[in-house]
Design a protein around this ligand. Structure first.
Ligand code: AMP
Ligand code: ZN
Length: 134
């Protein structure tokens, strides 16, 4: 039997591999194989500027692990989901849009406008938002 430290290392390595999806642009950003303006990262999530901003402030917060959408089986991910929103809120404050207001959006599946199937929270602000959204 391998020592615990070695087994843990191998297990962690496996986790990293299986939680990445080949061909996913956001997994590529996390792995630094695709360029992005990274705003924040930690062991659970990464935040970066949206490449086609729809507002003066528009960034995305994504989990490091490849979760396709809110439709994915998310039981056990409560802490991660809360963490994404907490990071989003902190960055909104750093960007100075907490006072005027901002919108958090999670498009889920095609008719809602999801184009990248790696869960992401959009944070948009810096302009007046209309309701209902298009
Ligand atoms: P959605 O349509 O909700 O799936 O949102 C996907 C978002 O990802 C869009 O707003 C895109 O502009 C953005 N996006 C796609 N590719 C990149 C990229 N390489 N870097 C930053 N943002 C991206
Ligand atoms: Zn991915």
């Amino acid at each position: 039997m391998l020592p615990f430290a070695v087994r843990k290392f191998l297990y962690k390595g496996c986790q990293r591999v299986v939680t990445r999806m080949v061909g996913c642009v956001f997994c590529r950003i996390i792995a630094r194989q695709a360029k992005a303006t990274i705003l924040y990262e930690d062991d659970q999530c990464v935040a970066f500027e949206d490449v086609h901003p729809q507002a003066p402030v528009h960034f995305l917060v994504i989990p490091r692990k490849h979760i396709t959408s809110l439709n994915a089986g998310l039981s056990g991910e409560e802490l991660l989901l809360g963490h994404l929103l907490q990071v989003a809120s902190r960055l909104a404050k750093e960007k100075g849009i907490d006072g005027t207001g901002f919108r958090a959006v999670i498009n889920t599946n095609a008719e809602a406008g999801q184009t990248v199937f790696h869960l992401h929270v959009h944070i948009l602000g810096g302009r007046i938002m209309r309701w209902p959204p298009g």
